[in-house]
Design a protein around this ligand. Sequence first.
Ligand code: ZN
Length: 198
Amino acid sequence: MSTKIWTLWSGGRTNEEERLLLKRPSAELPAPFGDREKREIKTIIAAFLERDDALGLAAPQIGLSRKIIIFKTRGLHERSPVRSRSDYEVLINPRITQKRGPEEIMSEGCLSCPDISVEVIRSTEIKVRALDEEGNKINRRYTGFQARIVQHEIDHLEGKLILDHADGAIYIPKEKRVILMALLQRELPIEEREIVPA
Ligand SMILES: [Zn+2]
């Protein structure tokens, strides 16, 4: 059975408990890692590897309010499944230390905001300080679409979802429009946004 992904809504209803956890900043992992931290890191890796529809996953999305993210580093555009250890990266307590390059607007989806996509402005180059799976300090630089994915996942650790950006249009599939519009009312002042049925 696959790991449950926590979502703001499902089946036409908002998920109050899941929403509260998704919207709150998660806790840092103390280093060096003990058994609990090692287990948590393993749990999110396993949850990520179960899925072939995710470019990345943050711990709060599986109900774990901890600063851990995982994301694909290869095959970002062809939806190919993760095959080896070099196809993904795990960052613990990641912090963006620098944002550079031009900003770019692009629509993003999120497993925790099912069925919609939202246009979000992101930096095209970032530098990140974090710990790796063993607890070693690392510095990374990401560009382009990869930088977007990492920013999306780091946002999750601060309780920030794509709807909290909504820099442009929000795309909602026609057949789900009625139900989702009602749910979105509580997430953002909808009259200020441009809604595009996709
Ligand atoms: Zn997400």
